[in-house]
Design a protein around this ligand. Structure first.
Ligand code: FAD
Ligand code: MLT
Ligand code: ZN
Length: 521
């Protein structure tokens, strides 16, 4: 039956630190050692002391980091899986400073890695060798907000949650939301074309980004900070940079269309016996909640177990018993009575049809946050293992969970499940056909990798899916793009890259397959 939540007070989602999971003591091997086949590009020069002198001449002293301790959080990624060896991080404050720094790196043939909040999950935001890191951390000004149209323009280094709080005071909201909102930058979100928890309702960044200011490798500033909704003059160049993962230039400014903040938000959590029932719930949600449905997230009992284990007693299952699957349904609308009546009607129908046996409806904002935290804490809970292999795939909804089951069977058959492999976990954005398959293990090991890959990519391609729904290619999937894109598409992408970045300084070793394959752990 549905019940009101009893205990309201729950810890809120903690802000994520720069590039660290909570277990920051774990040593991280250098990426170059984990990817033995990867070679430093001979076309790129080594950093010299003259380069540092130049950077200090164009940036304030506090914006040129060379101290080894200070460098480490920029060299290691959020999962503590990838570790580069950069010896300089630049923290420009203005677009002009970015332009000067990039033009210099281009002239000197120095590799560059753009970095935002360093919450990326594919090793794209950290260097592989000694590339110069250019971080948007100091570019965090809001440039303008138009309360009539809801358009916001800001620097690329604004933290997503800061932007959302700013808009909340003005009756608007950011159209995207993700668990890393306390750390990720809007420039990083655009560069990865982040999806997140409400794409189902508010759409992708390809629709909500109205304009971008971008610095090309030669220092040219491409000023397209349009706030127009309609503009059919020429190629829509900003679309190229959305999802380009730092391979074409540095995004320095973003202009976005933001929706009105919903006056009423309701959240329900239900427990289900099978993934078929998750799908039935989804169809019914689309049918009965239609225009107010704002999120539809699922996770399995393995994910729930990890959150309980790692986030303590406060994250006990709020339902009367445990279930194989959980679904969080959120509605956002303008009339709380009407919205609650619709949600209750939907939940009653689920009960009557025996699709669910149990569920809870949040009664206030604290309970809403608490239910959401059960979902949002899953990535962090998975990251507490010695290693976590993360796959982020688009698959037609009916087959979404089959990959998790097939992977479990496969890892058991080769004798790894219960040994080096601890858990095979499934969760994600059902509404977008996006599964997050996470495999926790005692450590990163090539035997485990080889049992998972290329099987996971072949499985996805066979089922007409994409090997990256939202996290991107980065270093992790640079060699795998061929599973989701045809040779002619990859060829055209390479030509575009060559045109904009002829010396290959932007985020080298990422995104595109190298001329020789390299296997990783
Ligand atoms: P970074 O990690 O710093 O960089 C990511 C990539 O973008 C790199 O290739 C980098 O070179 C490039 N880049 C960064 N800034 C710029 C710039 N200004 N110009 C050009 N290139 C740039 N992703 C989702 O899609 N949906 C989710 O729901 C989601 N949830 C997450 C939850 C957690 C807990 C974590 C840790 C990550 C999650 N992510 C999710 C993954 C991640 O892609 C997003 O967090 C985010 O979009 C990355 O932004 P960032 O500022 O941290 O970028
Ligand atoms: C999520 O949906 O939680 C994110 O994409 C992060 C992850 O997959 O772990
Ligand atoms: Zn996601």
């Amino acid at each position: 039956m549905f019940h009101r939540r009893a205990s309201a007070a729950r810890p809120m989602l903690a802000a994520y630190g720069r590039g660290y999971t909570s277990d920051s003591s774990r040593t991280v091997a250098y990426t170059k050692d984990k990817y033995p086949g990867i070679e430093r590009s001979t076309a790129l020069n080594q950093l010299s002391s003259e380069d540092i002198t130049f950077f200090k001449s164009i940036l304030p002293p506090t914006s040129v980091i060379t101290d080894e301790d200070d460098l480490s959080s920029y060299n290691v990624d959020w999962m503590r899986k990838y570790r580069g060896q950069s010896s300089v991080v630049l923290l420009p404050k203005t677009t002009e400073q970015v332009a000067k720094a990039l033009a210099y790196c281009n002239e000197r043939r120095l590799g560059v890695v753009p970095q935002g909040g360093n919450t990326g999950l594919v090793g794209g935001g950290v260097p592989v060798f000694d590339e110069v890191v250019i971080s948007t951390q100091h570019m965090n000004g809001i440039r303008s907000f138009d309360a009539a149209s809801g358009t916001i323009t800001c620097d690329a280094g604004c933290i997503l949650e800061v932007l959302d709080n700013y808009l909340a005071e003005r009756g608007y909201m950011m159209p995207l939301d993700l668990g890393a909102k306390g750390s990720c930058h809007i420039g990083g979100n655009v560069a990865t074309n982040a999806g997140g928890l409400r794409l189902l309702r508010y759409g992708s960044l390809h629709g909500t980004v109205l304009g971008l200011e971008t610095v090309l490798p030669d220092g040219t500033v491409l000023d397209n900070m349009s706030t127009l909704r309609k503009d059919n003059t020429g190629y829509d160049l900003k679309q190229l940079f959305i999802g380009s993962e730092g391979t074409l230039g540095i995004i320095t400014g973003v202009s976005m269309l933001t929706p009105k903040r919903a006056k009423s938000t309701n959240v329900a959590l239900v427990g289900l016996e099978s993934f078929e029932k998750v799908q039935e719930t989804f169809h019914m949600a689309k049918d009965m909640l239609s225009e107010i449905l704002s999120a539809f997230e699922f996770w399995d009992h393995k994910a729930a177990g990890l959150v309980r284990a790692h986030h303590g007693v406060g994250h006990k299952d709020p339902l009367t018993s445990q279930y194989p699957f959980y679904v969080l349904v959120e509605t956002q609308g303008s009339d709380s009575e009407h919205d609650m009546a619709k949600l209750n009607g939907f939940l009653e129908k689920l009960l009557e049809s025996s699709i669910v046996d149990d569920g809870v409806v949040a009664q206030d904002d604290t309970q809403i946050k608490s239910l959401w935290s059960l979902r949002e804490l899953i990535p962090e809970a998975c990251s507490k293992a010695g290693a976590v292999y993360k796959y982020d795939v688009s698959i037609p909804v009916p087959k979404l969970y089959t990959l998790v089951e097939d992977m479990r069977e496969r890892l058991a058959a080769v004798g790894l499940l219960g040994q080096q492999v601890e858990e095979v976990i499934g969760y994600g954005h059902v509404g977008d056909g996006n599964l997050h398959l996470n495999i926790t293990a005692t450590s990163y090991d090539s035997k485990v990798t080889q049992a998972i890959e290329p099987y996971v990519y072949e499985w996805t391609a066979k089922h007409a899916g994409s090997i990256s729904a939202e996290h991107g290619l980065g270093l992790m999937k640079a060699e795998k793009i061929g599973y989701s894109k045809s040779p002619s598409m990859i060829h055209l992408m390479r030509q575009i890259k060559q045109l904009i970045d002829p010396h290959g300084i932007m985020n080298p070793y990422k995104y595109f397959p190298s001329t020789h394959q390299h296997q990783h752990q």
